[in-house]
Write a protein that binds this ligand. Sequence first.
Ligand SMILES: [Zn+2]
Length: 275
Amino acid sequence: MSEWLEVGMDNYVLVTEGSLLNTGLIVGSERAMVIDTGCGPRQGRQILDAVREKTDLPLVVVNTHAHYDHFFGNAVFAEAGVTEFWAHQNCASEIDQRGDVQRRHVGTLEPEMAAGEGENVELVVPNAIVKDQPVWVDLGGLTATLFYLGRGHTDGDLLAGTATTLYVGDLVEQGAHPSFEDSYPEEWADALRHISALRHRYEFLIPGHGRPCSDQFVKTMANTMTTAVRQARQSIRDTPNDATKAIPVLPYGPEQSRWFIKRLQENRRSSHEAS
Ligand SMILES: [Zn+2]
């Protein structure tokens, strides 16, 4: 039996091995929604089997963002008859255009996915698109709201909310440093403040990885990020030729700090080009 954690009535979360991904499950009276499908056919199958222990209803899938551990399991669900795959438009186009490149990250956990050979290793690009306006998905007796708070962990982070529970993908990570590779650190801190402002609406906040979080956790994450942006900017100004000087100052691990600085510089460059 799988270990689903109940997080509000008809809301569940399942942790799978590897990246310790949280898969969400929202069960209505007519359909159920699965949030994030794992890093390949093996994990996708494990998640689907666990879902089937909870419900036999037709499924819809949500991908919170375009990182492989959240959408590489899609093909298993497509094969099982799922036709509705939700994502933000930037997430869908990222999967479509550069999803294949991420196969190299999967490693030994999903060798078939890494090689692109075997069953259910094709990429399934989300076809139900959310843009800047929220979308209400009727599951029968309950509605899931899919919405976008701007750029953050990536440029296409989608959130899913019900009457009790908010699934936020990797905008929040518990138990590990945030991942900045595709991030927009300044805007991410704003998105976290926005999540915190919604706290009265939800009893449970489910991060992309790790334990359910308190509002205080989200606030601290936002404040830490804002402080880090200031510190990194100062270092970049002080030593423009060696921004890595900021790494020991930042409140993240060396690897995350390196990405943090790189993304700040890249975002700044692209906003200058735009203006
Ligand atoms: Zn991610």
